[in-house]
Write a protein that binds this ligand. Structure first.
Ligand SMILES: [Zn+2]
Ligand SMILES: [Zn+2]
Length: 207
């Protein structure tokens, strides 16, 4: 009976998203729990400007679902492959992200607490929970706003654009016209000193 019932719920629910899960089996007795371990394709826009999880790449959910008085508490980790580029030198960056998930889905008939933003309250709808917005929050808040390939990345040479981390001794020999002018001045000053010195020696000879 219950199997047929939950199957019916599944069909009527939004199954266009692989991140919608049926939680009817948990019942409503506080304390009942189970794990949810699934690999799902990453939804679109799972990231920020310079870095994120590519749409469709595998996301491993390792979650625990626990019935509590007001709803179902979802907690655990989402592991995803992050790809992006360094904000300073544009070097590609990839790493595995371990995003912490912690969300309470309220029962549809649970009372709304005053002072809590309605938008922030997630609901169990038709016996299902939609983990997509939860996953997005968990991943996006973990991503660096200014991703760097390494903490002390020096970026690119402002003159020619080479990546300075690849060329630690990189510099340009600049012949600044001001230095050339100064060199000329120094030359004439030396000449003056020489003539002054000769004058002094002349004076000494006189005395
Ligand atoms: Zn870099
Ligand atoms: Zn350069």
């Amino acid at each position: 009976m219950s199997v047929i019932c939950s199957t019916g719920v599944l069909i009527s629910s939004d199954l266009s998203s692989p991140l919608v899960f049926n939680v009817k089996d948990l019942g409503r007795s506080p304390g009942s729990m189970r794990t949810l371990e699934e690999q799902v394709p990453a939804p679109v826009d799972l990231g920020v400007a310079l870095i994120g999880v590519q749409e469709g790449s595998p996301v491993d959910l390792e979650l625990r679902l626990e019935a509590v008085h007001e709803g179902i508490l979802v907690s655990g980790s989402a592991f995803a492959q992050v790809a992006g580029q360094c904000g300073r030198c544009l070097e590609p960056i990839t790493y595995t992200l371990d995003a912490n998930v912690q969300e309470l889905f309220y029962y549809a008939d649970a009372e709304v607490f005053e002072g809590v933003d309605q938008e922030e309250q997630r609901r169990i709808e038709n016996g299902t929970i939609d983990l997509e917005p939860v996953l997005r929050d968990a991943v996006v808040t973990t991503l660096p706003f200014q991703p760097v390939c390494q903490e002390d990345c020096q970026g690119l040479c402002s003159e020619c654009g080479v990546r300075l981390a690849d060329h630690p001794d990189h510099r340009h020999e600049v012949l600044d016209p001001r230095w050339a002018a100064l060199a000329g001045l120094t030359g004439s000053a030396d000449a003056d000193d020489a003539s002054a010195a000769s004058t002094e020696s002349d004076k000494r000879e006189e005395s």
